[in-house]
Design a protein around this ligand. Structure first.
Ligand SMILES: [Zn+2]
Length: 231
């Protein structure tokens, strides 16, 4: 499901032949572009061209690493899943908007059609042409909008279903991202906490030494003994 949605977007921005790249790009780690090229059976330049096109829309991100021996850069790519789904969502919203516009137009306006050429004219244009076809001169007839409206509404319903699916996936993926970020934040907090604890312990130790100078003296003696042995 998710894979198909991602492929749909990649196909929209980089062409149908590029959609295979979705199978090779990971959502978590960055993938070496040479590996992608090899698996797609494309040259590195062809592969980069596809990736640059997708990256223009912010749907992939990359990091680069310098090859110390050869001195050139290799790019590693990752698909930005939420951004890609957001792109699809925007696209669907636009389509729904257009569909609504067409429906409204069919509900409120009259259209005329030439039954021979299947050319359709708005009422204004039909009037300008004395209700005759601009191609063959046949008399135009009033178009029955009922069937057209049925199809338009069906199409709009399908788009809305698709939109609901995409929104569901976005929620899922956002949740995953938040979880991951939370995990990372907790990990960082743990590290900070441990560092604080260590500092506290060493401070307490230092205080103890101040209170019991004997102990510290002993230690010093021990130390010097040890170092003496080592020599
Ligand atoms: Zn005609």
């Amino acid at each position: 499901m998710l894979e198909n949605l991602l492929k749909e977007v990649i196909s929209l921005v980089a062409g149908k032949q590029a959609e295979e790249i979705v199978d090779l790009l990971d959502t978590q780690k960055y993938v070496n572009e040479f590996v992608i090229a090899k698996k797609l059976n494309l040259t590195i330049n062809q592969t980069r061209n596809i990736l640059y096109k997708i990256s223009d829309y912010g749907l992939v991100s990359s990091i680069r690493k310098k090859d110390k021996r050869k001195g050139w850069y290799t790019y590693f790519w990752k698909i930005e899943i939420v951004k890609t789904l957001d792109f699809l969502k925007e696209n669907l919203l636009k389509k729904i908007d257009t569909a609504e516009h067409y429906i409204k137009s069919r509900e409120t306006k009259r259209f005329y059609v030439c039954e021979r050429c299947h050319i359709e004219l708005s009422e204004e244009n039909a009037l300008l042409n004395n209700f005759t076809c601009t191609e063959c001169g046949s008399l135009l007839v009033l178009k029955d909008n009922i069937k057209v409206l049925k199809d338009l509404r069906k199409n709009k319903e399908k788009l809305e279903k698709d939109l609901a699916l995409v929104e569901e996936e976005i929620t899922k993926e956002r949740g995953k991202e938040d979880k991951k970020r939370g995990k990372e934040a907790r990990k960082e907090e743990k590290i900070k906490f441990k560092a604080k604890l260590k500092l506290k312990k060493s401070r307490m130790k230092a205080k103890k030494m101040e209170h019991h100078p004997e102990k510290s003296k002993n230690k010093k003696v021990k130390h010097s003994k040890k170092s003496h042995v080592k020599k």
